[in-house]
Design a protein around this ligand. Structure first.
Ligand code: E4P
Length: 218
């Protein structure tokens, strides 16, 4: 399973990239707005830190302008993945950008039917939002299960399932069990994956015993 980090915060991205566990980055207009910085500059800087796919979202809603924006974003760096919304215009733009050879992430997916459309449009990634479905009392992880099951039936569907709107480590574990290709994690959730009280307790005990020996490895 690939791990992307879901943020436009460069400091966070630099820190997590240093872990060697990061395969890519996803941003959206809300995350970029939080930085208070110029969008193009932010994407450029992220692409200098991370060599894997970096999602940058178009903000137009008509396909012609989406394509113009997507082409501009794609010129920033070769690892830019243009993010388009799951609308008829978004999927039309997806097909054109894919024909250009640009990676495309189709975002705001909330149903298996939408995921089928994204695959047929040739998306590199489809982003189903699990947390936002949970928030309205639906089962976000059931959507991931459905999409993974459907995609497995068709060799022609090369779209990767990118689990988005993740709220906690349980989402990541369930997504991995279902065979989802990618999870995009908020930095806090990525750090939570490391944590287990028995790891901390065990390490403290090992170090205390080691200190008693009076030895040093170096
Ligand atoms: C990912 O690409 C999405 O932008 C993101 O996961 C949305 O998450 P949220 O529902 O926490 O805003």
């Amino acid at each position: 399973m690939k791990f992307f980090v879901d943020t436009a915060d460069l400091e966070e991205i630099r820190d997590l990239a240093a872990s060697g566990l990061l395969d890519g980055v996803t941003t959206n207009p809300s995350l970029v707005a939080k930085t208070g910085q110029n969008f193009i500059d932010v994407v450029k800087q992220i692409c200098e830190v991370v060599s894997g796919p970096v999602s940058a979202e178009v903000t137009a809603t008509d396909h012609a302008t989406m394509i113009q924006e997507g082409r501009k974003l794609a010129k920033i760096a070769k690892n830019v993945t243009v993010k388009v919304p799951l609308t008829p215009d978004g999927l039309r733009a997806c097909r054109t950008l894919r024909d250009d050879g640009t990676m495309v992430n189709v975002t705001l997916c909330f149903s298996p039917a939408q995921a089928i459309l994204a695959a047929k449009a040739g998306a590199s990634f489809v982003s189903p939002f699990v947390g936002r479905l949970d928030d309205i009392g639906e089962d976000g992880m059931a959507l991931i299960g459905d999409i993974c099951q459907i995609y497995r039936h068709y060799d022609a569907f090369t779209t990767e399932v990118l689990v988005a709107s993740i709220r906690h480590p349980g989402h990541v574990i369930e997504a991995a069990k279902m065979g989802a290709h990618v999870a995009t994690l908020p930095p806090k959730v990525l750090r939570q994956l490391f944590q287990h009280p028995l790891t901390d307790k065990g390490l403290a005990a090992f170090l205390a015993d080691w200190q008693k020996t009076g030895q040093s490895i170096l």
